[in-house]
Design a protein around this ligand. Structure first.
Ligand SMILES: *Cc1c(COP(=O)(O)O)cnc(C)c1O
Length: 371
């Protein structure tokens, strides 16, 4: 079965092999060496001055950032499940909340975010997804962050980059916390969350808040290549293995180029067989398509063609399909997914099979890679 869900993504064989070595104790010089290598790779990937790794799923890192970087009131952008989650986390931390809500296909408006902050002096943190995975939507986070810093320099910009880190080169200049998760573009099993932090963020964290998610404790430990609690040793070994694999493929720039080419090729292929992308501003992490028969398509893909793609959630349940574009993906696999979708449409009697989707994918992908 080809796993093409936008998280979890498949774990490459070299990474699985690296993680199959006997368990190490985490308080040893051997593991500290592994941790140091992972930390170095992570700082390079995130392009932030500080970074921490947490043994938790991505949501834990979202909570850690809210808890440690919002001291009074947060503005959250809710254009899907993950933006909604930020709001719930803010309230659960006993903080005040101002939420800006958007349809799941609509990016946040820079002006509306700025107005909301201008109107309310209590807002000291803004939480937003770079790519909102519910609808495959890209928010203009870099622009929002840059404008926010002009009107309130001390505000913390918390960016959920779980489906953006490792997908595209991000401008982190005005971002204070950049969140990543293991099971998306980094192609690891779930369970490791990573946060890049700005110098201002480290300062604001001070002595930290919370217990397990106290980031001050983690920062001071991780600077010494250890962790406050038992490290996710196996996943950190896997992280080093994926960094090695990325280097072998030509580095992050090569991955970004391939991902962008794949995104373009998928869009072109899907449009060529009559689909339209759902979000107004599509993120590169996935293709999200609105279709009344989305679940029938997914069912045929899985049962007949051995392809697993994701559906929609909440009001889009049964009406959206989402195809992963993150990580290292061979073009012949991605082309097969497009071909299988066209075949499924033919099986449903919706259009005659013409080998169009696969052909368009190949043409656009390899053209893009030639640039
Ligand atoms: C997957 C994802 C998360 C994290 O989810 P977990 O299940 O906690 O790992 C958060 N934000 C976005 C945008 C995601 O895609």
């Amino acid at each position: 079965m080809l796993l093409f869900t936008p998280g979890p993504t498949p774990v490459p064989e070299a990474v699985r092999m690296a993680m199959s070595t006997p368990t190490l104790h985490h308080r040893t010089p051997e593991f500290e060496e592994i941790f140091a290598e992972a930390r170095k790779g992570l700082l390079k990937l995130l392009k932030m001055p500080e970074a921490v790794m947490l043994a938790s799923s991505g949501t834990g890192a979202m909570e850690a950032c809210v808890l440690n970087l919002c001291h009074k009131k947060a503005l959250t952008v809710n254009a899907g499940k993950f933006g909604e989650r930020f709001g719930k986390i803010v309230l659960s931390c006993g903080l005040e909340l101002r939420e800006l809500k958007y349809a799941w296909n609509t990016p946040a408006s820079v002006e509306e975010v700025l107005d909301a902050v201008r109107e309310d002096e209590d807002i000291d943190a803004v939480c937003i997804q770079i790519a909102e995975s519910a609808g495959g939507l890209r928010h203009p986070v870099e622009e929002i962050a840059a404008e926010l810093k002009k009107i309130r320099p001390q505000i913390s910009v918390i960016a959920d980059g779980i489906t953006a880190v490792g997908v595209e080169a991000l401008d982190t200049e005005n971002i204070d916390a950049l969140i990543a998760g293991s099971q998306k573009a980094l192609m690891l099993p779930p369970g490791l969350a990573m946060i890049g932090l700005s110098e201002a963020a480290v300062e604001k964290i001070g002595t930290g808040r919370g217990y397990y998610f106290n980031l001050a404790g983690e920062i001071s430990k991780q600077r010494k290549n250890t962790t406050a609690y038992t490290a996710a040793t196996t996943l950190i070994i896997g992280l080093n293995a994926i960094f090695t694999l990325i280097e072998k493929r030509g580095g992050m720039e090569r991955i970004y180029k391939e991902t962008a080419a794949r995104a373009r090729a998928n869009t072109a292929a899907l449009e060529a067989i009559g689909f339209e992308c759902y979000p107004q501003t599509p993120a590169l992490c996935m293709s999200a398509v609105y279709d009344e028969e989305a679940d029938t398509i997914r069912d045929i893909l899985k049962k007949r063609y051995g392809v697993n793609i994701a559906g929609g959630q909440d009001h889009l349940k049964g009406k959206l399909f989402r195809i992963n574009q993150m990580g290292i993906i061979e073009p012949y696999e991605a082309a097969w997914v497009m071909d299988a979708i066209e075949s499924a449409l033919s099986d449903m009697g919706r259009r005659e099979y013409g080998g169009i989707a696969g052909r368009v994918f190949n043409r656009v992908y390899f053209e893009e890679m030639q640039r």
